[in-house]
Design a protein around this ligand. Structure first.
Ligand SMILES: [Fe+2]
Ligand SMILES: [Fe+2]
Length: 331
């Protein structure tokens, strides 16, 4: 996308009232909070030998392994908006409500990154050296906008903010740590406001340029990639996260894509141009295929869990232990 695109320049201008309305609603609804209020500092110890601290060891983490992986992936994704801010500003301009919104949004994503990093360090959930190296590598790799036009960027972020919210929510739920869940619940409240901002902007886009917007939605949904896909080992990490039920194809379909599409009445909006209709048809076909893929994934995962539970049963009986702890143990 370039700012030289006449259509995009006009679109940015035409969308400005919707951006301003969304920004004002966001500022009125957002609640001030600070990481230090949610981070369990009392659990922390010095790491550095120079202070008589304790080096990190894997057995210091009390969270399920998949939860730790998800926290790291989510954190590295949160690290990226500040690094990509100049690129966004370049494409969306530095004027008016757009500019104010992007600064505010960036600051809030940065806040999430600070809070999650502080939690990880205080709770000794992950190796701080590995985390620091992963952050440096991820941010140093640079950032490219995922899509090529204003319409596609707006459509992408509408779904991306909701998938981030779902991932944070389920990470907190499966953590077994009320402090972790409390922090991530707070973060999800911000993510929800972000999603509302972009989803309503997408709604305005569908009114302004229905065919362009419908094509953008179809393009984004059919080629969707999670934020953080550039993280080293992302495929392995996302598989671990999916097996744990934190974020998987079923959740992507049921908790992210369909709620946004339904809310926007994507399949009920009056027909417009031929390309809009073609895009809507492609979207419907993709959702049908996605539903089948999600069913297959869920069945395979349940079968794998059952096999592991069966294999584990004599051991657990011998130990007189309770049920298997956490979904991550089944991986
Ligand atoms: Fe965030
Ligand atoms: Fe967000």
């Amino acid at each position: 996308m370039t700012t030289e695109s006449t259509a995009d320049v006009r679109l940015l201008k035409d969308l400005e009232p919707a951006v301003e309305a969304g920004l004002n609603r966001h500022l009125a609804g957002a609640k001030e909070w600070f990481p230090h209020e949610y981070v369990p500092w009392s659990r922390g110890h010095d790491f550095g030998a120079v202070f008589g601290g304790r080096a990190w060891q894997p057995d210091q983490s009390s969270l399920p392994e998949a939860v730790g992986t998800s926290l790291v992936v989510n954190l590295l994704s949160e690290d990226n908006p500040p690094s990509c801010h100049p690129i966004i500003a370049e494409h969306f301009g530095r004027d008016g409500a757009w500019d104010t919104w992007f600064h505010r949004w960036t600051a809030e994503e940065d806040l999430h990154g600070q809070a999650i990093r502080d939690y990880l360090l205080a709770s000794r959930t992950v190796d701080p050296v590995a985390l620091g190296r992963a952050r440096l590598a991820h941010v140093s790799a640079g950032f490219e906008l995922e899509h090529a036009s204003v319409a596609e960027v707006i459509a992408y972020v509408s779904f991306q903010e909701l998938d981030t919210r779902v991932a944070h929510r389920n990470t907190g739920r499966l953590s077994g740590d009320p402090v972790c869940e409390g922090l991530l619940t707070r973060v999800t409240q911000d993510e929800n406001l972000h999603m509302l901002f972009y989803r309503d902007l997408l709604d305005a886009l569908l009114e302004l340029v229905p065919d362009v917007a419908m094509r953008a939605v179809a393009t984004v949904v059919t080629a969707f990639r999670m934020p953080g896909h550039g993280i080293e080992g992302f495929r392995r990490k996302s598989a671990q996260i999916a097996l744990a039920g934190i974020y998987d194809p079923r959740l992507h379909d049921d908790d992210v894509l369909l709620p946004v599409l339904r809310r926007l009445n994507i399949f009920e909006r009056p027909a417009r141009g031929a390309d809009g209709e073609r895009a809507r048809g492609e979207l419907a076909a993709h959702l049908t295929a996605l539903d089948r893929a999600a069913q297959c994934f869920t069945q395979r995962r349940e079968a794998a869990r059952q096999r592991i539970t069966d294999a584990d049963r004599p051991t657990r009986v011998a130990r007189n232990a309770g049920p298997t702890v956490g979904t991550e143990r089944t991986q």
